[in-house]
Design a protein. Structure first.
Length: 236
C-alpha cells in the first residue's frame, strides 16, 4: 500500500504506534526521528509538570532525556477519526503516564510529526467524580442514619478544616504579590488570616497590624476609623 493510499486515521495510528513503541523502549533517538525538522511540542503538565513549548528536535530530545524515566508514558490510542487538509493529517489521541491520564493532538506532514500537543486531564486516584462516580442526590433503601445529599454537604462543610483536612490549599494572589501561609497547631479556622500578620485594609492595599490580631479569626479586633488613606485601627 502506498503512502497516498493510507487513510488519515491509519496514518495517525501508525505514527502513534511507532512513537509509543520508541518511548516504551526508551529509544529517544528513534522517537525524535519521527518528528519533522520543523517541529513543535506543546506540553501542558503531562510530561514537564509545566506549560512548555519545545521548538526543535534538540529541545524535544533534551526534554525526553530529562523526563521519560519518571513519566513512563504509554497507551497511545487515536481518539475518533483523523482528518486531512492541505497535506496535513490531524488527529486527537489519548495516553497515560505513571500518575495521570492525558489527551493530545498530533499533526503530521508526510508521515512526520509537525506539531504535538500533550495535556494532562486527570491524576490517577484523584479522578473527577463525574458520570456514575458522581455523588447521588438520593440514596434509595432504608438504613440507619441515612442522610440526604444536602445533609451530607452541610456535614462536609462543618468538618472541613477541623476533623477532615484538605489535601490541597490554594493561596490566592493579593494586590501586587501572592499571600503567604504559615503553619499553625490544630485544625484550620474558617476565616483565619493566611498571612503571617493581620492586615487592616487601606485604600491602596494592606498595612500589617501585628499588635491587634484576634487569635480566633486572625483579623483585627480594634475599632477602626476612616482616614485619608483608608481604614485604620485605633487604640482603645
Amino acid at each position: 500500500m502506498t503512502e497516498s493510499a493510507i487513510s488519515p486515521t491509519q496514518a495517525a495510528s501508525n505514527w502513534l504506534a511507532d512513537f509509543g513503541s520508541a518511548l516504551d523502549k526508551s529509544d529517544i533517538a528513534a522517537a525524535v526521528a519521527l518528528f519533522d525538522d520543523d517541529c513543535y511540542w506543546r506540553d501542558l503538565v503531562s510530561f514537564t509538570w509545566n506549560i512548555k513549548t519545545l521548538e526543535s528536535k534538540a529541545e524535544i530530545k533534551a526534554m525526553l532525556e530529562a523526563t521519560l524515566a519518571r513519566v513512563r508514558p504509554g497507551g497511545w490510542r487515536i481518539d475518533g477519526e483523523a482528518s486531512e487538509a492541505g497535506g496535513v493529517v490531524e488527529a486527537w489521541f489519548t495516553f497515560e503516564t505513571a500518575v495521570a491520564r492525558g489527551r493530545g493532538l498530533v499533526r503530521l506532514k508526510a508521515g512526520k510529526c509537525w506539531t504535538l500537543l500533550t495535556t494532562m486531564t486527570e491524576l490517577k486516584g484523584f479522578e473527577e467524580p463525574k458520570g456514575d462516580a458522581r455523588s447521588k442526590g438520593v440514596e434509595h433503601g432504608a438504613y440507619a442514619d441515612r442522610k440526604t445529599w444536602l445533609e451530607r454537604r452541610k456535614q462536609e462543610e462543618a468538618e472541613l478544616g477541623y476533623t477532615t483536612q484538605p489535601q490541597v490549599v490554594i493561596i490566592g494572589g493579593g494586590q501586587g504579590r501572592p499571600s503567604s501561609s504559615r503553619r499553625t497547631s490544630g485544625p484550620a479556622i474558617p476565616g483565619a488570616s493566611a498571612t503571617s500578620h493581620c492586615a487592616c485594609t487601606t485604600r491602596c492595599g494592606t498595612t500589617t497590624c501585628p499588635t491587634c490580631r484576634s487569635p480566633t479569626t486572625g483579623r483585627c479586633f480594634r475599632r477602626r476609623t476612616r482616614s485619608a488613606t483608608g481604614w485604620r485601627c485605633t487604640p482603645r
